[in-house]
Design a binder for this molecule. Structure first.
Ligand code: DAT
Length: 171
């Protein structure tokens, strides 16, 4: 059976992990958190002092995921999207969160000062949405509001429906 690959992207804190795991559980797709994958495989190439985070070894991540992605049925979660092969994804969702909600979430994650500001700015400038629009066909890129638990439920329903339709159309 052919199964779709779904990319969940957006600024840190918008809800990719929460949605991705629920989605995987509801539709039986495999959930892959690129941050965790990189950590487990030490897929880094140095450390970014300014942003206080390790620099992702993008080619290493692609090599690591390639086989799984060609099989299909994978939900990928990452706060960037321009380095994945375009052919991997059948649909791309960019989660969006209003500043006040995002601020609280980043703060309760223990982020401070510049790190919070940088992420809020990333969301205000819709950096990831623009990155997605430049990296994939516009018609497969969708923004989803992710402010409240109701938004989350609605997004879950929408993606489950989309996936069921995709499975019917492609098998
Ligand atoms: P990400 O993976 O994008 O960094 P997350 O899934 O870890 O984000 O979510 C960050 C926090 O926000 C976490 O405590 C769950 C909460 N959250 C996520 N989506 C939400 C939503 N739509 N409404 C309310 N809280 C949400």
């Amino acid at each position: 059976m052919k199964r779709p690959n779904i990319l969940l992207t957006g600024t840190p804190g918008v809800g990719k992990t929460t949605l991705g795991k629920e989605l995987a559980a509801s539709i039986g797709l495999i959930y892959v958190n690129v941050g965790d994958l990189a950590k487990a495989g030490e897929l880094y190439e140095g450390y970014d002092e300014e942003y206080e985070c390790p620099i992702l070894d993008e080619d290493g991540v692609i090599d690591e995921l390639e086989d799984k992605m060609s099989e299909g049925g994978v939900i990928v979660d990452y706060h960037g999207c321009d380095f994945f092969p375009e052919r991997w994804f059948h649909i791309v969702f960019v989660l969006r969160t209003e500043n006040s909600f995002l601020y609280d979430r980043l703060e309760s994650r223990g982020y401070k000062g510049k790190k919070i500001q940088d992420n809020i700015q990333c969301e205000i400038f819709q950096t990831i949405y623009e990155e997605a629009m430049l990296s994939y066909k516009e018609e497969i890129v969708h923004q989803l509001p992710s402010n409240t638990p109701e938004d989350m439920e609605h997004n879950l329903d929408q993606i489950v429906q989309w996936t069921e339709q995709w499975l019917k159309d492609n098998n």
